[in-house]
Every structure is written in structure tokens, then in C-alpha cells.
Design a protein around this ligand. Structure first.
Ligand code: HPA
Length: 267
């Protein structure tokens, strides 16, 4: 039996007949969104074979099932990153399980550095496209021709529009732009940031892109939000640190919550 089938078995022991419409991956410092969930089941990642072992501060490691704004939702509270073990497919089973549970779409959130001086720390950005700077793919070991995924509209225009409407209805200034995936775990050098700027990046981070590739491989529609936690390296005097990431993500958490609650009403 596959790991995904095993996960579905574990989940159905906790809750029967629950089909989430939307999957949500919560990034660093955004865990408090879970307070808005009418929880139906909460399952630790380590009970789910193949799910990541969430190791980074600010990440919990739980699959939460429930309702937000009347929408049935499956939340990955925490994620694993490529930099943890050098495995780009570390989120494969988790995303395949969301798909197998019946999710129609996925919302991905992350913390990111801003290359755009107008997108200040504490603001939010809709990711409209990405640049994979790592040279790796979570599909390296995938076999069928399905692995040749079309990435030309990876971020759904329809879901992006829904997110824009949710922002507008709540007076949230939603920036938009291209996210560059760097492997981390070290932050970038100022020269790397200048290079990324030349390439057209608006934000930089260490997650999300492999999840987007995996989700598109599964045929899931998606949209993604970056919480801007800092100006990218070389753009400000402040030293970069994970503590700063968590602290600014928590400060922006109210905005993200408001955005997601409004977005989920329409799903
Ligand atoms: N670079 C990479 N990842 C990040 C950053 C950054 O500046 N901020 C939050 N995650």
C-alpha cells in the first residue's frame, strides 16, 4: 500500500466522510490562524507516514481538518523545507494526501524577504509567478510523462482574482509579484539579491516553489501569499535572522487571517 493510502486510512480513523474543498499550507509564524478553525480533527504529522518532520521554530507539524467561513479545509500547520535534508520532495506525500482527500485547490503561505522598497516588512504579497533558483525539482524521481508539468499558469488567475477581491473588501494593500526560491538555510548576500532583482524577482524565500510544482503535478489549482518579514539582504541596516522572520510574520498574522477568512468565504 502506498504512503498516501496509509495516510488516508489514518485520517479516516479520526474523521469519516470529511472532504475538504481547500488545502492550506501555513508558513512560519502564521499558526494563530488555526484559532479560527472549527476543528473536526487534528492529527500529528508523525502519525502520517511520509509527512514531514517539522523541525523549524514557528512550525508545528499538524494536519488540522475543519471549517473556516463555511468552507471545509485541510490545513498543514507547518512544513518541511528543502534545506532541512536536501530533499526537494519532502512535501510530496503531504500534498498528494490533500489531493487524495478531495481538495480542489490549495493556498500556500510563506514568509519572504522583499526586493521591492514599497512592500514593507509586515505587508503581504500575492505571488503571481516564481523563479526556481535552486536547480532542483521535487519531481526528479517521478516517472511517468506526467512529470513534464506545464508551469505557464502555475498560479491560478481565477484564485488570484478571488484573493484580490478578498483584499479589496477588507482594505488590505495586497502587493503582487514574482517569488524567487533560494535553497537556504543561509540568507542571501547583497550581490545575490541584486542578481535576483535583475532577474525580475520581487520577493525571496526558501519554500513554496517545490510545493507549487508538486501541487501542479497533482492537478491542484493554487494561489500563494508571501508575508513580507524583512527587506532582502543589502536593502536595510537590520541584520537578518530567523527570529526577525517569526516576529514580523506574527505581526502580519492579523492581516493574513483577515485575508484568508474573506477568501475562504468565496470558496
Ligand atoms: N530570504 C530568504 N528567505 C526568507 C527571507 C529572506 O530575506 N525572509 C524570510 N524568509
Amino acid at each position: 500500500m502506498s504512503q498516501v493510502e496509509d495516510c488516508i486510512k489514518v485520517i479516516s480513523k479520526s474523521v469519516k466522510g470529511f472532504t475538504p474543498q481547500v488545502g492550506l499550507i501555513l508558513g512560519s509564524g502564521l499558526g494563530q490562524f488555526c484559532e479560527h478553525v472549527e476543528v473536526v480533527a487534528s492529527i500529528e504529522f508523525d502519525e502520517l507516514p511520509g509527512f514531514p518532520v517539522a523541525g523549524v521554530g514557528g512550525h508545528e507539524g499538524k494536519l488540522l481538518l475543519g471549517q473556516v467561513s463555511g468552507t471545509d479545509i485541510a490545513i498543514l500547520q507547518g512544513r518541511a523545507h528543502y534545506y532541512e535534508q536536501g530533499k526537494a520532495d519532502t512535501m510530496a506525500v503531504a500534498i498528494q494526501t490533500l489531493n487524495a482527500m478531495g481538495c480542489q485547490s490549495l493556498v500556500i503561505t510563506n514568509a519572504a524577504g522583499s526586493l521591492n522598497s514599497e512592500a514593507t516588512p509586515g505587508s503581504v504579497m500575492l505571488i503571481t509567478d516564481h523563479i526556481n533558483m535552486t536547480g532542483v525539482s521535487p519531481l526528479f524521481s517521478a516517472e511517468s510523462n506526467q512529470r513534464f508539468v506545464d508551469m505557464s499558469e502555475a498560479y491560478s488567475h481565477e484564485l488570484n482574482d478571488a484573493m484580490r477581491s478578498a483584499a479589496k473588501a477588507n482594505d488590505i494593500n495586497l502587493h503582487e509579484g514574482t517569488y524567487a526560491w533560494m535553497s537556504g538555510p543561509q540568507f542571501e548576500t547583497p550581490a545575490e539579491i541584486r542578481a535576483l532583482e535583475t532577474l525580475g524577482a520581487d520577493a525571496v524565500g526558501m519554500s513554496t516553489v517545490p510545493e507549487v510544482i508538486l501541487a501542479r503535478h497533482q492537478g491542484l489549482s493554487l494561489c500563494a501569499i508571501s508575508v513580507i518579514t524583512n527587506y532582502a539582504a543589502g536593502m536595510s541596516e537590520t541584520a537578518l535572522s530567523h527570529e526577525q522572520t517569526i516576529s514580523f510574520a506574527s505581526q502580519a498574522a492579523d492581516t493574513v487571517e483577515c485575508l484568508l477568512i474573506a477568501y475562504l468565504k468565496g470558496q
